[in-house]
Ligand binder design. Sequence first.
Ligand SMILES: Cc1cc2nc3c(=O)[nH]c(=O)nc-3n(C[C@H](O)[C@H](O)[C@H](O)COP(=O)(O)O)c2cc1C
Length: 195
Amino acid sequence: MTTTAPLSVYHAIYGRRSAWKFTDRPVDLMAIERMLDAAIWAPNHRLTEPWRFFVLEQESPERSRAAELAAEFQLERTGDQRRADAARQKVLEPPVIIYVYTVPGPDDETTKENYASVCIAVHNISLAGAAEGLAVTWETGGVMRHPGLGQMLGADESWQMTAMLLVGHPGEHPVSRRSPASGFVRWFKSKGKSI
Ligand SMILES: Cc1cc2nc3c(=O)[nH]c(=O)nc-3n(C[C@H](O)[C@H](O)[C@H](O)COP(=O)(O)O)c2cc1C
């Protein structure tokens, strides 16, 4: 599946932002399908296709279960009921949540390559989301570390949880910042040439 969204890759890269507040506007599930189609075009060595996605719509029973697990996890860790309630709410609020897992390889090298490929797939989702007018926020904390989450979703025990993606029409436009690329680059120039 392809989209004709008229957005250059640079616009998507610079225009993409994480958001933690979403509007009530429903998300077109065809857009989610297009984003997942874009995800699997991530480069992957040996074509291992190591990504596994679980899409949870807002009213699905699985979303409620994930929210309860998030609250349980927070309560066990902190004993603080208010933080547990906030953790539950955080999982309930986004119009769509996508949990992303990495299938390990038969050896350490392939497992690392697989993880790298899944990270690229996740970023493809984010960039495609920008083209669709959606914010896609990558999180790795909280309920993701609850072993019961993978079990509830039907993920294999060996798979590595890689991302929880909060997806929706952004209800905020946070500002982000980066240091100039030149501070991280050593550039070895060809003799006699400069740009
Ligand atoms: C691997 C990864 C894990 C992240 N985990 C979290 C997280 O657990 N909680 C959170 O609030 N943001 C998380 N973020 C989002 C970053 O905070 C966000 O990307 C950063 O603030 C830069 O903002 P931007 O995405 O709008 O450029 C994560 C991002 C990445 C790439």
